[in-house]
Design a protein around this ligand. Sequence first.
Ligand code: SF4
Ligand code: SF4
Length: 433
Amino acid sequence: MDNNTRDELLKLFGSKFTRAMKYYLETCTRCGTCVEACHVHASMGQVRYISAHRHELIRRLYKKYFKTRGKFWPSVGEARVLDDRCIEELYEAAYSCTGCRRCMVYCPFGIDTQMLMSIAKLLLIGAKAEPEILTLLADTSVEKGKSLEFFKEGFMSGIKRLEKDVVKKWKTESDTPIPVDVEGADLLYVALAGAHSIIPAAAVFNAAGENWTLSFFEAVNFGAFVGDPTKTRLILDRIINEAIRLKVKEVCVCECGTAFRVMKQLSGRQPFKVSTITEVHARYIREGRIRVKKIDPGKAVTYHDPCQIARNAGVFDAPRYILSHLTGDFREMSPEPHYNWCCGGGGGLVALGEETLDFRMKSARVKVDQIKATGAVILATACENCHTQLSNLNDHYQMGCEVQFLSSMVADALVKNQSIAEPAMMSSSGGHV
Ligand code: SF4
Ligand code: SF4
């Protein structure tokens, strides 16, 4: 690595300094409490996958280039030179971490490994060593925001083709079963590309009599997966600007954990609120706007909390409330949801497909044990990434589960307004509230 490149990378490193980041960089006492916290280490048993070990690399660069002792007495200051070998190690650390933040719950100082790995990801981008496909996908999303007129016609005709399937799930009087670009709608639904993310959601909105409209943009934020703050912002702003233009009161994000967390945490003060589709469905049931019937009583159900929706954005009770209406045999996983094991597919790993498949299967063995211990037949979740990873695990480990999207379960269980006894609500700790 030449000096100019190194200087540029160090500028990028410096751009990540916030008060919180400096605290994370300065604070680790190597107490070892996080050793068993990471699913990768717990499943594979290699020291390099301990969370503190991952960020030690970042910390050593910090000591070398930003601390006096590391600059002048590198051997005493535990400093590390930023070179090509270091870039390879940063890749290994960053792209074996799903950003689930389970380690943060265990760390007595709340050190955020995901934040520290965001430095690693930014350095990889600067060194042109990030996974190229994630950058290409992020660029495509940004481009769509700039040239919407070009995409509009194809999008509208694709949506038109889905309408009959929406009506098959829920008959509506409206002649637009999938409304698009409706100014003054109450709710803007941001879906993923693909019918599975649109048809069930549309059926439930129509059943609830929602005044809704579908976003032109897909929810997924590849900028966040690859750790590019500028592209993350541009991809997010497409949706924010659309919501403002249409004057909606609520933006409802589909079953995509990262899209929801980014929208919730980065959109700032806006004239609309941000919800997951899971929260919206729970609200419809609570307010009696939709009714659902129970699924086959012979099928025990468990729920996998997507890390970016539950631990990292606080949505624990809404899915359990929905499930209390869908099943009389809900089996909570152990340990409880705040300490839930990651599925092993986040942080862009699922988006990297076959390239990461072997690692994803090996690194999520503890997740498989956690699911099997429930004895459940239906494994529900509310995130596309998790659904793909859990389906891969189901096949690989022959778990014999049916992996289902929670929103599809709601759509399939819709019934016309009729009297159904209100079950007691389960809390995230498994008790009743
Ligand atoms: S954020 Fe998750 S994957 Fe990353 S080190 Fe912590 S526990 Fe492991
Ligand atoms: S638990 Fe926190 S302080 Fe202790 S080793 Fe892990 S990251 Fe460092």
